[in-house]
Each structure stands twice: as C-alpha cells, then as structure tokens.
Design a binder for this molecule. Structure first.
Ligand code: ADP
Ligand code: FBP
Ligand code: MG
Length: 521
C-alpha cells in the first residue's frame, strides 16, 4: 500500500482547539447542513489523488471536518418537506408533572437530548502510524475528533402521536434480542401516545404477500415476548421491489417504519427511505441493526452478539471435553460468520480452550509445512488433544463452492467445517497416526435463543432510541452504541462496507496469544 492511500481513513477532522460549542458558534454545524445537497467538495477528490498537497493546506482539518459533518449529518423530514415541530408528549418526569412547553422547568437541565449533542466516535490518540491498531488520516497521525449525533428523546417532535400509525418489521437471519427490541419499540410508542402499532409479518415479504396479515401490537400483546428467542413477527430473506414496498406502506398509511435487520435489510430500508423522499411522503424509516455476525460498521457491537458468543463457547467447551477425554482427540467447532470472524474470535477468547482459530479475514493453508494439519499433529504429540474453531466463511478458497445465492442474493458458502473434518481424518490416516475427530456444528443453536442480560439491556436502549429518532423527524437513520454512548448514524455510513476483524488489530493478536497458534502460511 502506498503512503498516499494508507492515511486515507474515515472520520471527521476537527482542530483540537475547536470545542463543539465553539463549532456551533462558528456556524460549522450549519455549514454541514448547507453542504448536504451539494456535490462532493473538491478537497475530497484531492485527498485521494494528491495527498501531499492536501495535507500541506493549513486548513485541511477544517475541510475534512466539513466533509465528516456532511457525511454524518442525519437525514430529516424537513430536508424535503415543510414540517413543523410540536412539543414532545414523551414525559421524563413523574406522572402529573409533565413539562411540555418548557415554562415549568424546576432545574436548568431539561433531560432531553439537544440536536447539537455529539458523542466521540474514536477515543484513542495514536502517537504515530506505527502504534498498534493506529487509524490515521494524515502522515503525522494527528489527533482528530470524530463526532456523531447523540441518540435520545428530543424536546420537540415532528409527529402528532394520535395521528401516527407505526409498523415494525424484522428481516434476515434470526438474532437473540429481536423480541426485546420489538417490545421496547411498542412500549415507547405507547408512552408517546401512539395508538396504532402493527407488526409486518415475515420481513419485507409481509409487505407484498397478500396472504399475510398485519399483526396488531400493544403493551399487552408484547409483554412477555422477550422470554423466548426468535422473532415474534417472523422473518425472511428476499423480497419485492422497493417501489412495491413503498406502495404497500402508502396503502397501509404507515407514518413510522422500524426496520430490524443486518446489512441487506439496511440497504433495503435506505432504498425505502429514498423512495419515500422522492414521493414526498411524511414517513420516518428508522433501523435497529441486527446481526449476530457483528459485521455492521462503527459500532462497539450489535445486539445478540454477546449471547451468540456465550452459546458458542458452550459448544467449544463440549468439543474440548470430547477431545480431552478421547485418545488423541481433536475437537472441531464450526461457527457462523459469513465474511466476518467476530463470533469465532470472541468465542475462542472467552472459552480459553481453543488451539486454532480460523476466520475469513486471515488466509491459511491446511496441508504441508506450516499448515494447520501439521500443527494439529504437533499438538496431539505434545499435549494429547487439540481444539479447532472455524468460522463458516473461513478458507472458502480451499473448497468447492456451490454456484448459488440465497433469496437475498448472499453467496451460499461451501462447508468448511465438514471439509476440515475430512482433511484431518485423511491426514492422520495417511501419516499413520491415530486421531479421534469430534465435529460439532452448533450453527442455529447460537442464534435461536433468548438474549442474555447485557444484550437485553442493549436491545432496550436501542429500541427506545429508535422511537425517539422517528419522533425527532429523522429518517434513513440507524441506532447504535459507540464508545458506550448511544448514537444515531445515517444508514449510508454503516453499510458502506462489511465490518471485519482486522488481522492487525490488538484483539486478533490477543486471540493469537491465547491460542498460541502460528501463522498457517
Ligand atoms: N441491496 C439491497 N437493497 C434492497 N434490499 C436488500 C438489499 N440486500 C438485501 N435486501 C433485502 O433485505 C432483506 C434482508 O437481507 P439479508 O441479506 O437476507 O439479511 P441481513 O439484513 O441480515 O443482511 C431481504 O428481504 C433482502 O431482499
Ligand atoms: O441459514 P440462514 O438463515 O440463511 O442464516 C445463515 C446466516 O446467518 C448469519 O448468521 C448472519 O445472517 P444475517 O446477516 O441475516 O444476520 C450468517 O453468518 C449465516 O451465514
Ligand atoms: Mg447480511
């Protein structure tokens, strides 16, 4: 990689002497607003084509910041519609002392989130580009502040709750916590005063399959759905054209659409949001990221991931017990992770029993010197048994893939777990050394379960914030947790690419330290 490309990282750049209030007074937030509909500024082109010239400009940080502000600015109904806010109906005070017009405030703090509140996206100041895990924008790895919008209830709202029909839809694969999020969205909508809440059954399919009926939702209906896993509304992959979905949304007179799903679902939700804008519809589309693969950009983690890791390490523990108790035992566990190895890496770390962790982001070879099989031979000879954890997307170049896609267009992967199992058996037979291979594939067991305590809390906050975001008039946004703070992000930014394990990251190095595995190349 050339020096010119290695410093082009994502992020806002803000001069260290500019606090957010100063920025506000300098009108930079406003400038970002004005930039929203303009073409990409020239300096964005020049940072890629002429980085030396770009960074010599004493104002480069200011320019860069303007670009970041523009990118992370939240799309709002008022961008395209003439909508006026009203005082919120969401009461933070105890019943009977609601403050709706701001005149009865007993303290200066309003307990509502201000639209200019921000949270920092990155919190480490790297002293040089060679620091572990450094993400630098310029060759000096300057400290730059990257601010994103804080989530939460606003004092003013853009929908009258008594006129609102809200809908919830869950798409893609299952994930622990879906029901917790649905439940909190319903609770929060009711607290605002929304009377008409429906669930769209079986993902985007529910918008166009005439045989599927809307599911009326209320606190009473969803009260206990968090006690079981899966989705109370059902889910699916694949679907109709965006135009057909928006036709259906219009026909149903939906004002707020809450979409729970992963990368594909977010792409769909963003397309729905754009089509609503094009048609000048007063509809808010707000997502809650759902993926146990944890492959959504910019967030600390997505809900359900913790639970999946907890379940996955149970499978690893079983593989370890089997391997340890067998003569020359090899325990092999295949975990989910289409293109990101987060579950395999975290489950390996949490179990502490894995000798070899294989993920899609890190190439490896099975055969020959320095291959996985040779290492397994060494492990059995030296300690009597071994445990391997492989992510389903790992080593796809080593096997034949079915030339197929699922209903959503995701590539159907070859089965790396079965392949490694067969390779281990064949290898040990060939070298005339006994090995007893126990293969565990807990794929669906790690996601078809209810959320654990920490995921349940995350789901609660994300679900509530999704509703606050819709009432605040945002559309085309998603909710997330960044550095332990809850934020709103434009959908476009979180689906710019798939989040993957960085093989140069501290976390992957910690995993290698824990397993003791060498490079298999
Ligand atoms: N690029 C896209 N544009 C519009 N809709 C999409 C896109 N990718 C996927 N979808 C739709 O989103 C839904 C879920 O997608 P999928 O990839 O299966 O799961 P996930 O959202 O978990 O990634 C499906 O109904 C699919 O048709
Ligand atoms: O068999 P299904 O339902 O298609 O799900 C399998 C897939 O679900 C995943 O866990 C994640 O899928 P999502 O993006 O839908 O959350 C992948 O790792 C896995 O390939
Ligand atoms: Mg996906």
């Amino acid at each position: 990689m050339s020096a010119s490309t290695s410093f082009i990282a994502v992020g806002v750049v803000r001069s260290p002497d500019l606090s957010s209030s100063k920025l506000s007074s300098l009108g930079l937030w406003g400038k970002a607003q004005r930039l929203r509909h303009r073409v990409r500024p020239m300096y964005v082109q020049s940072i890629i084509s002429k980085p030396d010239t770009y960074f010599r400009d004493p104002d480069w940080k200011k320019h860069y910041q303007e670009e970041f502000e523009e990118k992370f600015d939240l799309p709002h109904l008022k961008d395209v519609l003439d909508v006026q806010p009203i005082p919120t109906t969401f009461a933070l005070k105890s019943r009977g002392s609601q403050v709706l017009d701001g005149t009865n405030l007993s303290t200066k703090r309003s307990d509502y989130v201000d639209n200019d509140d921000r949270a920092l996206l990155k919190v480490i100041k790297y002293s040089s580009p060679t620091s572990a895990g450094a993400e630098c924008i310029d060759p000096d790895c300057s400290w730059v502040e990257q601010w994103v919008h804080r989530a939460g209830p606003r004092k003013q709202i853009f929908f009258d709750p008594k006129d609102v029909k809200a809908a919830i839809v869950t798409c893609g694969g299952l994930c622990p916590g879906l029901n917790d999020v649905i439940r909190q969205i319903v609770f929060t909508l009711e607290i605002y005063g929304v009377g008409e809440i429906v669930g769209i059954p079986f993902g985007y399919r529910g918008f166009f399959d005439g045989s599927l009926q809307e599911i009326p939702l209320s606190r009473h209906v969803v009260q206990n759905i968090n006690l079981s896993g899966g989705s109370f509304l059902g889910t699916s992959r694949g679907g109709a054209s965006v135009g057909d979905i928006v036709d259906s949304i219009e026909a149903r007179e939906i004002d707020m659409l809450f979409v729970l799903g992963g990368n594909g679902t977010h792409a769909g939700a963003n397309a729905i949001h754009n089509e609503c804008r094009r048609r000048k519809l007063r509809i808010s589309v707000v997502c809650v990221p759902k993926t146990i693969d944890n492959d959504i950009l910019l967030m600390d983690k997505t809900f359900g991931f913790d639970t999946a890791v907890e379940e996955a390490q149970r499978a690893i523990n079983s593989a370890y017990i089997e391997a340890r108790s067998a003569y020359h035992g090899v325990g092999l566990v295949k975990l989910m992770g289409r293109s990101s190895g987060f579950i395999a890496m975290y489950a390996s770390l949490s179990s502490g029993q894995v000798d070899v962790c294989l993920i899609p982001e890190v190439p490896f070879k099975l055969d020959g010197p320095f291959g996985v099989l040779e290492h397994l031979e060494h492990l059995i000879k030296s300690k009597g048994s071994a445990v391997v954890c492989v992510a389903e997307g790992a080593g796809q170049e080593l096997i034949e893939k079915p030339d197929a896609k699922d209903a959503s267009g995701n590539v159907v992967l070859g089965d790396i777990g079965v392949h490694i199992q067969q390779k281990i058996k064949r290898h040990f037979k060939e070298v005339g050394f006994f090995a007893d291979v126990k293969y565990i594939d807990p794929t669906y067991m790690i996601r078809a379960c209810r959320a654990n305590a920490s995921d349940a809390i995350l789901c609660t906050v994300l679900g509530q914030n999704a509703v606050h975001g819709a009432f605040a008039g945002f559309s085309g946004i998603t909710v997330g947790i960044c550095n332990t703070h809850y934020v709103y992000l434009p959908i476009t930014e979180v689906i710019a690419s798939t989040r993957q394990v960085d093989p140069k990251s501290r976390m992957w190095h910690r995993c290698l330290t824990s397993t003791g595995q060498p490079d298999f190349m």
